[in-house]
Write a protein that binds this ligand. Structure first.
Ligand code: NDP
Length: 298
């Protein structure tokens, strides 16, 4: 038996199309475009590419994109001043600070300064608290995108055993909260977990967010389980190649033989992250402008 492959690229394209329709309706209702601001400090090439891609997709979806680039040696005060300005700017609905920041900056203070109403990355203490309390709020993009793929595939998750491998603020912890919110029985595994294979074998849903290439073996997976592979790892280049292959945290070929459904890497969770960012920005815009968003529109 071979698992169904969950096509995150296609799902993300569908989500972006729904965002574009809702963004046009928002513009009509609010008399302005929804706006997303991205702040980048420094000139890390990967971050520059990522920010450019966010900006392009924001505009393609019919929203306004505002980009701010600060030099590598920008001070904490300069960065906080930009965030204060964006918090106060009514044309900006979402603020994203590209992480990681250069080492001399206090990332926690910077993130906490973002207004929770504009926190499209869902990483402020208020957003984190709202998620834990089950209150409406903005949720980190990668775990929310993973949950969308899961629900699209499985439907009702209630009562299923879910194992999340990884407990980061960005992925593992919010993923566990989202699954609890769907009435799963959730186990969060991490680097101190004893007998991880046995823990994973009990799971109907496995979410791997570790950052270790192909760590989760095929024989750890319960037959028929749904596997969401968040990991993005680049292997060393093969002989004669300049770039290594991208792989996830799950041994894909092995898992494909056992799982009921699985996300590939690339093309699974990865494409969901920016699509959900755009979705979050538009949800924030509706709340900020007091415009109702039709149920199920996004
Ligand atoms: P972090 O490094 O912040 O967290 C990794 C987690 O994995 C930690 O909780 C760590 O445990 C746990 N871990 C490490 N080794 C083991 C092990 N041997 N067994 C069990 N658990 C282990 O990573 P992120 O959460 O930020 O990212 C995880 C992966 O997801 C990365 O590959 C990253 O590139 C990818 N990613 C992909 C995104 C996308 O858009 N698709 C977005 C964000 C991330 P402990 O807490 O004990 O140290």
């Amino acid at each position: 038996m071979s698992a169904a492959v969950i096509d995150g690229k296609a799902f993300a394209a569908g989500l972006r199309a729904r965002v574009a329709v809702a963004a046009a309706a928002f513009e009509q209702a609010a008399g302005r475009k929804a706006g997303l601001a991205v702040v980048l400090v420094g000139s890390d090439p990967a971050s520059q590419v990522y920010v450019a891609s966010k900006a392009r997709q924001t505009v393609e979806c019919g929203m306004a994109s505002f980009e701010f680039t600060l030099p590598e040696d920008a001070s904490q005060a300069e960065l906080l001043a930009i965030i204060d300005r964006l918090n106060a700017d009514a044309s900006v609905d979402g603020i994203l600070v590209q992480l990681p920041l250069p080492k001399h900056l206090d990332e926690q203070e910077v993130v906490a300064r973002i207004s929770p109403d504009k926190d499209v990355d869902g990483l402020t203490p208020i957003s984190t608290g709202r998620l834990a309390l089950g209150q409406p709020g903005l949720v980190p993009c990668t775990p929310l995108g993973s949950l969308m793929l899961l629900k699209d595939r499985v439907g009702d998750l209630s009562g299923l055993n879910a194992v999340v491998i990884g407990r980061s603020i960005l992925v593992g912890k919010p993923m566990a909260q989202l699954l609890l919110g769907e009435n799963c029985t959730v186990t969060v595994a991490h680097s101190h977990t004893r007998d991880l294979p046995a823990v994973v074998r009990g799971a109907d849903i496995v979410v791997a967010a570790v950052g270790r290439p192909e760590m989760v073996q095929g024989d750890w997976i319960k037959p028929g389980a749904t596997v969401i592979d968040v990991g993005i790892n680049r292997l060393p280049p093969a002989e004669g190649q300049t770039k290594g292959r991208l792989v996830g945290d799950v041994a894909y070929a092995e898992a494909l033989e056992v799982a009921g459904a699985i996300t590939p890497v690339p093309g699974g969770v990865g494409p969901m992250t920016i699509a959900v960012l755009l979705r979050n920005a538009l949800v924030a815009a509706h709340r900020n402008a007091g415009v109702a968003l039709a149920d199920g529109a996004l």
